[in-house]
Design a binder for this molecule. Structure first.
Ligand code: PBG
Length: 330
Protein backbone atom coordinates (compact mmCIF):
# COMPACT_ATOMS: atom_id res chain seq x y z
CA UNK A 1 0.00 0.00 0.00
CA UNK A 2 1.20 3.47 -0.84
CA UNK A 3 1.76 5.24 2.49
CA UNK A 4 2.17 8.59 0.73
CA UNK A 5 -1.44 8.56 -0.28
CA UNK A 6 -2.93 7.38 3.06
CA UNK A 7 -5.00 9.92 4.95
CA UNK A 8 -2.91 11.45 7.75
CA UNK A 9 -5.93 11.76 9.99
CA UNK A 10 -6.37 8.02 9.96
CA UNK A 11 -2.85 7.16 11.14
CA UNK A 12 -4.27 7.32 14.66
CA UNK A 13 -7.16 4.99 15.15
CA UNK A 14 -8.45 5.08 18.75
CA UNK A 15 -10.97 2.43 17.77
CA UNK A 16 -8.15 -0.16 17.75
CA UNK A 17 -8.33 -0.09 21.54
CA UNK A 18 -12.08 -0.54 21.53
CA UNK A 19 -12.55 -3.39 19.12
CA UNK A 20 -11.74 -6.31 21.37
CA UNK A 21 -13.36 -6.79 24.77
CA UNK A 22 -10.10 -7.89 26.37
CA UNK A 23 -8.23 -4.86 25.05
CA UNK A 24 -11.02 -2.69 26.42
CA UNK A 25 -10.49 -4.35 29.77
CA UNK A 26 -6.76 -3.71 29.67
CA UNK A 27 -7.07 0.00 28.97
CA UNK A 28 -9.93 0.72 31.33
CA UNK A 29 -8.93 3.72 33.50
CA UNK A 30 -11.57 3.53 36.22
CA UNK A 31 -13.00 0.52 37.98
CA UNK A 32 -15.62 0.13 40.66
CA UNK A 33 -15.11 -2.18 43.59
CA UNK A 34 -17.27 -3.21 46.51
CA UNK A 35 -14.76 -1.45 48.76
CA UNK A 36 -15.83 1.87 47.21
CA UNK A 37 -19.45 1.59 48.31
CA UNK A 38 -21.18 2.70 51.51
CA UNK A 39 -24.85 1.81 52.08
CA UNK A 40 -27.11 4.39 53.77
CA UNK A 41 -29.73 2.86 56.13
CA UNK A 42 -32.65 4.35 58.07
CA UNK A 43 -33.60 3.13 61.51
CA UNK A 44 -36.77 3.63 63.57
CA UNK A 45 -37.82 2.58 67.11
CA UNK A 46 -39.63 -0.67 67.83
CA UNK A 47 -39.13 -4.20 66.62
CA UNK A 48 -40.23 -6.09 63.54
CA UNK A 49 -40.60 -2.84 61.59
CA UNK A 50 -39.56 -2.75 57.93
CA UNK A 51 -41.42 -0.16 55.86
CA UNK A 52 -40.45 0.72 52.32
CA UNK A 53 -39.98 4.43 51.56
CA UNK A 54 -42.50 5.16 48.80
CA UNK A 55 -40.24 7.50 46.83
CA UNK A 56 -37.22 5.17 47.17
CA UNK A 57 -38.05 1.61 46.07
CA UNK A 58 -35.76 -0.90 47.79
CA UNK A 59 -35.01 1.48 50.70
CA UNK A 60 -36.61 0.78 54.09
CA UNK A 61 -37.12 2.29 57.54
CA UNK A 62 -36.20 -0.54 59.87
CA UNK A 63 -36.18 -1.26 63.59
CA UNK A 64 -32.87 -2.35 65.11
CA UNK A 65 -33.58 -6.09 64.77
CA UNK A 66 -34.48 -5.85 61.08
CA UNK A 67 -31.58 -3.49 60.51
CA UNK A 68 -29.13 -6.03 61.88
CA UNK A 69 -30.38 -8.52 59.30
CA UNK A 70 -29.98 -5.98 56.51
CA UNK A 71 -26.45 -5.32 57.73
CA UNK A 72 -25.69 -9.04 57.73
CA UNK A 73 -26.86 -9.22 54.11
CA UNK A 74 -24.79 -6.14 53.20
CA UNK A 75 -21.65 -7.65 54.72
CA UNK A 76 -22.34 -10.93 52.91
CA UNK A 77 -22.41 -8.98 49.65
CA UNK A 78 -18.93 -7.71 50.49
CA UNK A 79 -19.83 -4.15 51.42
CA UNK A 80 -17.36 -2.59 53.89
CA UNK A 81 -19.58 0.00 55.60
CA UNK A 82 -23.02 1.42 56.30
CA UNK A 83 -24.04 4.95 57.28
CA UNK A 84 -26.96 5.22 59.68
CA UNK A 85 -29.78 7.77 59.90
CA UNK A 86 -32.28 7.69 62.74
CA UNK A 87 -35.91 8.74 63.01
CA UNK A 88 -36.68 9.15 66.74
CA UNK A 89 -40.00 8.46 68.47
CA UNK A 90 -40.25 12.04 69.72
CA UNK A 91 -38.86 15.34 68.53
CA UNK A 92 -38.30 18.63 70.35
CA UNK A 93 -36.94 22.10 69.60
CA UNK A 94 -33.34 21.14 70.35
CA UNK A 95 -33.33 17.61 68.98
CA UNK A 96 -32.34 16.14 72.33
CA UNK A 97 -33.31 12.60 71.27
CA UNK A 98 -30.13 12.70 69.18
CA UNK A 99 -27.91 12.36 72.25
CA UNK A 100 -30.15 10.13 74.37
CA UNK A 101 -28.24 7.09 75.67
CA UNK A 102 -31.04 4.77 74.51
CA UNK A 103 -31.66 6.75 71.32
CA UNK A 104 -32.73 5.15 68.08
CA UNK A 105 -29.31 5.15 66.41
CA UNK A 106 -27.54 4.29 69.68
CA UNK A 107 -29.66 1.14 69.93
CA UNK A 108 -29.17 0.27 66.29
CA UNK A 109 -25.38 0.55 66.73
CA UNK A 110 -25.42 -1.97 69.55
CA UNK A 111 -27.53 -4.39 67.57
CA UNK A 112 -25.32 -4.14 64.45
CA UNK A 113 -22.10 -4.41 66.46
CA UNK A 114 -23.37 -7.64 68.02
CA UNK A 115 -24.70 -9.18 64.80
CA UNK A 116 -22.15 -7.99 62.21
CA UNK A 117 -19.01 -6.78 64.02
CA UNK A 118 -16.92 -6.68 60.83
CA UNK A 119 -19.12 -4.07 59.13
CA UNK A 120 -17.90 -0.47 59.63
CA UNK A 121 -20.50 1.64 61.44
CA UNK A 122 -20.60 5.24 60.18
CA UNK A 123 -23.21 7.63 61.59
CA UNK A 124 -24.67 10.78 60.07
CA UNK A 125 -24.57 13.59 62.58
CA UNK A 126 -27.30 16.19 62.21
CA UNK A 127 -30.42 17.49 63.92
CA UNK A 128 -32.97 17.77 61.13
CA UNK A 129 -34.39 14.31 61.90
CA UNK A 130 -34.59 15.17 65.62
CA UNK A 131 -35.96 18.71 65.81
CA UNK A 132 -39.71 19.36 65.71
CA UNK A 133 -39.09 22.22 63.23
CA UNK A 134 -36.90 20.07 60.95
CA UNK A 135 -33.89 22.40 60.83
CA UNK A 136 -30.32 21.22 61.37
CA UNK A 137 -29.80 23.02 64.69
CA UNK A 138 -31.48 25.20 67.28
CA UNK A 139 -33.45 28.17 65.94
CA UNK A 140 -34.27 31.63 67.30
CA UNK A 141 -37.74 33.30 67.39
CA UNK A 142 -37.31 34.35 63.76
CA UNK A 143 -36.65 30.77 62.72
CA UNK A 144 -32.96 31.48 62.02
CA UNK A 145 -30.65 28.53 62.73
CA UNK A 146 -28.19 29.53 65.44
CA UNK A 147 -24.71 28.35 64.62
CA UNK A 148 -22.80 28.48 67.90
CA UNK A 149 -25.40 27.00 70.27
CA UNK A 150 -25.76 24.12 67.80
CA UNK A 151 -22.06 23.27 68.05
CA UNK A 152 -22.24 22.14 71.67
CA UNK A 153 -25.20 19.92 70.81
CA UNK A 154 -23.32 18.38 67.89
CA UNK A 155 -20.39 17.53 70.16
CA UNK A 156 -22.82 15.93 72.61
CA UNK A 157 -24.46 13.89 69.86
CA UNK A 158 -21.05 12.78 68.54
CA UNK A 159 -19.85 11.62 71.95
CA UNK A 160 -23.10 9.78 72.63
CA UNK A 161 -22.88 7.95 69.29
CA UNK A 162 -19.20 7.11 69.72
CA UNK A 163 -19.97 5.80 73.21
CA UNK A 164 -22.67 3.63 71.61
CA UNK A 165 -20.25 2.13 69.08
CA UNK A 166 -20.11 4.50 66.10
CA UNK A 167 -16.75 4.06 64.36
CA UNK A 168 -16.83 7.09 62.02
CA UNK A 169 -18.69 10.36 62.66
CA UNK A 170 -20.08 12.13 59.59
CA UNK A 171 -21.42 15.62 60.40
CA UNK A 172 -23.81 16.87 57.70
CA UNK A 173 -25.27 20.02 59.24
CA UNK A 174 -23.00 22.60 57.56
CA UNK A 175 -22.54 24.62 60.75
CA UNK A 176 -19.38 26.75 60.86
CA UNK A 177 -16.80 25.28 63.21
CA UNK A 178 -18.61 21.95 63.53
CA UNK A 179 -15.61 19.75 62.83
CA UNK A 180 -13.48 21.45 65.50
CA UNK A 181 -16.30 21.24 68.06
CA UNK A 182 -16.87 17.55 67.38
CA UNK A 183 -13.14 16.74 67.39
CA UNK A 184 -12.74 18.49 70.74
CA UNK A 185 -15.70 16.60 72.19
CA UNK A 186 -14.50 13.23 70.92
CA UNK A 187 -10.93 13.78 72.15
CA UNK A 188 -12.10 14.86 75.58
CA UNK A 189 -14.13 11.68 75.98
CA UNK A 190 -11.51 9.14 74.97
CA UNK A 191 -12.55 8.85 71.32
CA UNK A 192 -9.43 10.34 69.77
CA UNK A 193 -9.25 7.39 67.35
CA UNK A 194 -12.72 7.93 65.89
CA UNK A 195 -12.31 9.63 62.48
CA UNK A 196 -14.49 12.44 61.16
CA UNK A 197 -15.90 12.25 57.64
CA UNK A 198 -17.12 15.81 57.04
CA UNK A 199 -19.90 16.58 54.61
CA UNK A 200 -17.65 19.49 53.69
CA UNK A 201 -19.23 20.69 50.48
CA UNK A 202 -22.92 20.12 50.86
CA UNK A 203 -25.26 22.00 48.57
CA UNK A 204 -28.80 23.19 49.21
CA UNK A 205 -30.14 20.68 46.71
CA UNK A 206 -33.62 19.75 45.56
CA UNK A 207 -32.28 16.23 45.06
CA UNK A 208 -32.67 15.54 48.81
CA UNK A 209 -36.48 15.44 48.45
CA UNK A 210 -37.03 11.68 48.88
CA UNK A 211 -34.63 11.55 51.85
CA UNK A 212 -36.83 14.01 53.69
CA UNK A 213 -39.78 11.61 53.22
CA UNK A 214 -37.60 8.78 54.54
CA UNK A 215 -36.28 10.73 57.52
CA UNK A 216 -39.29 12.97 58.29
CA UNK A 217 -36.93 15.92 58.11
CA UNK A 218 -38.60 18.43 55.83
CA UNK A 219 -38.23 21.89 57.43
CA UNK A 220 -41.55 23.10 58.91
CA UNK A 221 -40.72 26.62 57.64
CA UNK A 222 -38.12 28.14 55.35
CA UNK A 223 -35.38 26.13 53.69
CA UNK A 224 -31.73 25.22 54.23
CA UNK A 225 -30.17 27.90 52.04
CA UNK A 226 -28.98 29.77 55.12
CA UNK A 227 -26.49 27.01 55.88
CA UNK A 228 -26.12 24.72 52.86
CA UNK A 229 -24.24 25.94 49.79
CA UNK A 230 -25.60 27.71 46.73
CA UNK A 231 -25.44 25.31 43.73
CA UNK A 232 -24.10 28.23 41.69
CA UNK A 233 -20.80 28.21 43.59
CA UNK A 234 -17.63 26.22 43.10
CA UNK A 235 -14.77 28.17 44.78
CA UNK A 236 -16.89 28.18 47.93
CA UNK A 237 -16.72 24.38 48.03
CA UNK A 238 -12.91 24.49 48.12
CA UNK A 239 -13.05 27.00 50.96
CA UNK A 240 -15.44 24.76 52.92
CA UNK A 241 -13.20 21.72 52.40
CA UNK A 242 -10.12 23.69 53.45
CA UNK A 243 -11.82 24.86 56.65
CA UNK A 244 -12.98 21.36 57.56
CA UNK A 245 -9.51 19.94 56.99
CA UNK A 246 -7.96 22.72 59.09
CA UNK A 247 -10.37 21.82 61.88
CA UNK A 248 -9.34 18.18 61.79
CA UNK A 249 -11.56 16.37 59.29
CA UNK A 250 -9.94 13.06 58.31
CA UNK A 251 -12.04 12.58 55.17
CA UNK A 252 -14.30 14.93 53.26
CA UNK A 253 -17.41 14.53 51.18
CA UNK A 254 -19.14 16.29 48.31
CA UNK A 255 -22.92 16.09 48.09
CA UNK A 256 -24.94 15.60 45.90
CA UNK A 257 -22.76 13.66 43.46
CA UNK A 258 -24.04 13.66 39.88
CA UNK A 259 -24.84 17.41 39.84
CA UNK A 260 -21.38 18.08 41.37
CA UNK A 261 -18.93 16.05 39.29
CA UNK A 262 -16.93 19.21 38.64
CA UNK A 263 -16.70 19.92 42.38
CA UNK A 264 -15.55 16.36 43.09
CA UNK A 265 -12.76 16.78 40.53
CA UNK A 266 -11.67 20.17 41.88
CA UNK A 267 -11.57 18.91 45.46
CA UNK A 268 -9.60 15.82 44.46
CA UNK A 269 -7.08 17.87 42.48
CA UNK A 270 -6.65 20.46 45.22
CA UNK A 271 -6.54 18.42 48.43
CA UNK A 272 -4.94 15.03 48.62
CA UNK A 273 -7.21 13.50 51.20
CA UNK A 274 -9.76 10.67 51.07
CA UNK A 275 -12.81 11.97 49.26
CA UNK A 276 -16.33 10.61 49.34
CA UNK A 277 -19.33 11.56 47.22
CA UNK A 278 -22.98 11.05 48.14
CA UNK A 279 -25.27 9.87 45.36
CA UNK A 280 -28.34 11.19 47.13
CA UNK A 281 -31.96 10.10 47.37
CA UNK A 282 -33.18 12.11 44.38
CA UNK A 283 -30.44 10.77 42.14
CA UNK A 284 -31.47 7.25 43.12
CA UNK A 285 -35.20 7.96 42.83
CA UNK A 286 -35.00 9.43 39.34
CA UNK A 287 -33.02 6.50 37.97
CA UNK A 288 -35.36 4.02 39.68
CA UNK A 289 -38.47 5.81 38.42
CA UNK A 290 -37.27 5.96 34.83
CA UNK A 291 -36.22 2.31 34.97
CA UNK A 292 -39.61 1.28 36.39
CA UNK A 293 -41.23 2.81 33.30
CA UNK A 294 -38.84 1.04 31.00
CA UNK A 295 -37.26 4.34 29.96
CA UNK A 296 -33.77 3.48 31.18
CA UNK A 297 -31.87 0.25 31.71
CA UNK A 298 -31.49 0.28 35.50
CA UNK A 299 -28.37 -1.86 35.82
CA UNK A 300 -26.53 0.10 33.17
CA UNK A 301 -27.42 3.58 34.42
CA UNK A 302 -26.57 2.52 37.97
CA UNK A 303 -23.13 1.36 36.89
CA UNK A 304 -22.50 4.30 34.57
CA UNK A 305 -23.50 6.86 37.19
CA UNK A 306 -21.27 5.30 39.87
CA UNK A 307 -18.39 4.98 37.44
CA UNK A 308 -18.74 8.66 36.51
CA UNK A 309 -18.61 9.68 40.18
CA UNK A 310 -15.49 7.58 40.68
CA UNK A 311 -13.92 8.92 37.49
CA UNK A 312 -14.58 12.46 38.68
CA UNK A 313 -12.30 11.73 41.63
CA UNK A 314 -14.31 10.14 44.44
CA UNK A 315 -12.48 7.48 46.43
CA UNK A 316 -15.73 6.11 47.79
CA UNK A 317 -19.45 6.61 47.17
CA UNK A 318 -22.43 6.64 49.50
CA UNK A 319 -25.24 5.18 47.41
CA UNK A 320 -28.62 3.53 47.84
CA UNK A 321 -27.51 1.28 44.97
CA UNK A 322 -24.67 -0.19 47.08
CA UNK A 323 -26.25 -3.62 47.42
CA UNK A 324 -27.30 -3.89 43.78
CA UNK A 325 -23.92 -2.68 42.59
CA UNK A 326 -22.06 -5.09 44.87
CA UNK A 327 -24.18 -7.95 43.54
CA UNK A 328 -23.47 -6.88 39.96
CA UNK A 329 -19.74 -6.80 40.64
CA UNK A 330 -20.15 -10.52 41.37
C1 PBG B 1 -28.95 15.82 56.88
C2 PBG B 1 -28.83 14.99 55.67
C3 PBG B 1 -29.60 15.06 54.52
C4 PBG B 1 -29.11 14.09 53.66
C5 PBG B 1 -28.07 13.45 54.30
N1 PBG B 1 -27.89 14.05 55.54
C6 PBG B 1 -30.79 15.87 54.22
C7 PBG B 1 -30.75 17.32 54.07
O1 PBG B 1 -29.70 17.96 54.19
O2 PBG B 1 -31.82 17.86 53.89
C8 PBG B 1 -29.64 13.80 52.29
C9 PBG B 1 -29.30 12.47 51.73
C10 PBG B 1 -30.11 12.08 50.57
O3 PBG B 1 -30.85 12.87 49.96
O4 PBG B 1 -30.01 10.90 50.20
N2 PBG B 1 -29.17 15.09 58.01
Amino acid sequence: MDLETSNDALRDRPRRLRAHPMVRRLVRETTLARDDLILPLFTVPGSGVKDEVSSMPGVFRESADELAESCRAAADLGLPAVILFGIPATKDAEGSAAWAAGGVVQRALASIAAAVPELLRIVDLCFCEYTDHGHCGVVDEQGEVLNDPTLANLARQAVSLADAGAQVIAPSGMMDGMVAAIRTGLDASGHEDVPILAYAAKYASAFYGPFRDAADSTPAFGDRRGYQQDPANSDEALREVELDLDQGADMVMVKPAMPCLDIIRRVKDTFHVPLGAYQVSGEYAMLKAAAARGWLDEERVMEESLLAIKRAGADFILTYFAREMAARLG
